[in-house]
Design a protein around this ligand. Structure first.
Ligand SMILES: Cc1ncc(COP(=O)(O)O)c(C=O)c1O
Length: 400
């Protein structure tokens, strides 16, 4: 590895909910018992130092001591165009289709409010990223959940008949598609996306495709951008991207949309403009230019190898040591989605007790129930191998 994925960062007191929220924030793991230090495995950020091209981009910009009003540079748009060409094979992305978003969830809400009114239904798959639930409910929408179903190999798949039925019954005309999928880690295959888009098209849905995880995929998996599957998909989809997962930059804020259709784009931008809050930060612009570079790409490729190794290690651990806990290696994201139903049945406990047993020894895994996983746990594996091994060791000795 040419980059650092092994140093153990002590982020306590350094603006990190993942660390400082333990025992304090709502939905956070409990503080561990005396003698155990916390190993945060909940919030979706990573415990690796960022790529050097990012800190370099910030320090170079800081050398010019003025930070007034500005317009995004052409290099910003060029960097996005080049990144999508290299990583996703998109060769016709134009500057005018790219637009800044303060957050992916902000882009989601701008789109939903542009094409539906509070009280209307929005189709979302379950299990569901909790941010979708919170932001849609907060904005007054009804969430119509279409459950993913496990196939005979234990792979989560969409249930197209169910989606079709729910879209008919709820009269929803906006659908949220998460690709790669948080929390299951699915990287959807092209045929799966095509079939989903056929269902959305049959119900005249605008599709919000959250592709925030598109760069975090196993070395043997391929992310297929939703807009690339057909002309119709390109026309009806608002795709949302960010550096926050790829390069661990949530604290710097800075997402963007790709919208090819003029009408869709005008409506979303008009909606976003109403709040007057959707404005880029000059440092985050320079960070994007620095990150979407050859060096940034090499860093992400190495990161994906590290995550693949961590997920394989963790999955092997649960298979050997935790009877009744089922999981599989995710194709994307750095989240492991565990179903502890069998274990809980066998032990006569509920998943809350299992979670707390881990929390007591510092394993800061996350309750899957707010993600609509009844007996599930979400576990963040973007941490140095020594910390992962320590967490698994504690689970082996004290929990399973
Ligand atoms: C699927 C998904 N979408 C959006 C977000 C949050 O994005 P943002 O911070 O840009 O709103 C997350 C964060 O974990 C996520 O997993």
């Amino acid at each position: 590895m040419s980059f650092d994925f092994t140093s153990v960062l002590d982020r306590r007191g350094h603006d990190a909910i993942a660390f400082d929220g333990i025992g304090a924030a709502s939905g956070a793991p409990m503080a561990p018992d005396a003698g155990f230090d916390p190993i945060p495995m909940w919030v979706a950020d990573m415990c690796f130092p960022v790529a050097p091209c990012i800190t370099r981009a910030i320090s170079e910009r800081l050398e010019h001591p003025a930070f007034g009003y500005f317009s995004p540079r052409p290099e910003y748009f060029n960097a996005i165009v080049d990144w999508h060409r290299h990583r996703h094979g998109i060769d016709d992305l134009k500057f005018r289709c790219i637009g800044y978003e303060n957050g992916v969830l902000g882009g989601l809400i701008s789109t939903v409010t542009a094409f539906a009114a509070p009280g209307d239904a929005v189709l979302v798959h379950s299990p569901t990223y909790i941010g979708f639930t919170k932001s849609l409910e907060n904005a007054g929408f009804r969430i119509e959940l279409s459950p993913l179903i496990l196939d005979e190999k234990g792979v989560y798949r969409m249930d197209y008949e169910d989606m079709d039925r729910r879209l008919s019954a709820s009269r929803a005309h906006v659908a949220v598609f998460c690709s790669p999928h948080n929390p299951t880690g699915r990287v959807w295959e092209r045929w799966e996306i095509e079939r989903a888009l056929e269902v959305y098209a049959a119900h005249e849905c605008v599709v919000v495709s959250d592709e925030i995880w598109s760069d975090i995929v196993r070395p043997d998996a391929v992310h297929v951008p939703v807009q690339s599957v057909s002309e119709d998909a390109r026309r009806r989809t608002v795709a949302l991207y960010a550096l926050s997962k790829t390069f661990n930059l949530a604290g710097l804020v800075g997402s963007y949309h790709v919208i090819y259709d003029d009408y869709l784009r005008d409506r979303v931008r008009a909606q976003a403009s109403k709040s007057h809050y959707n404005a880029m930060n000059v440092l985050s612009m320079h960070v994007l230019i620095g990150a979407y570079s050859d060096e940034g790409e090499t860093w992400v490729n190495e990161l994906n190898e590290v995550i693949a190794g961590n997920t394989e290690r963790a999955v092997a651990f649960f298979a050997e040591r935790a009877p009744g806990v089922s999981t599989r290696v995710p194709e994307g994201t750095y989240m492991l989605w565990l179903d502890a139903a069998g274990w809980c049945r066998e032990q006569g406990c509920d998943v809350g007790e299992l979670l707390r047993a881990g929390w007591r020894v510092g394993v800061g895994w996350q309750d899957g129930r707010p993600f609509h996983g009844e007996s599930h746990i979400r576990m963040n594996l973007a941490l140095p191998r020594t910390r992962l091994d320590e967490a698994l060791d504690r689970l082996a000795k004290h929990v399973f």
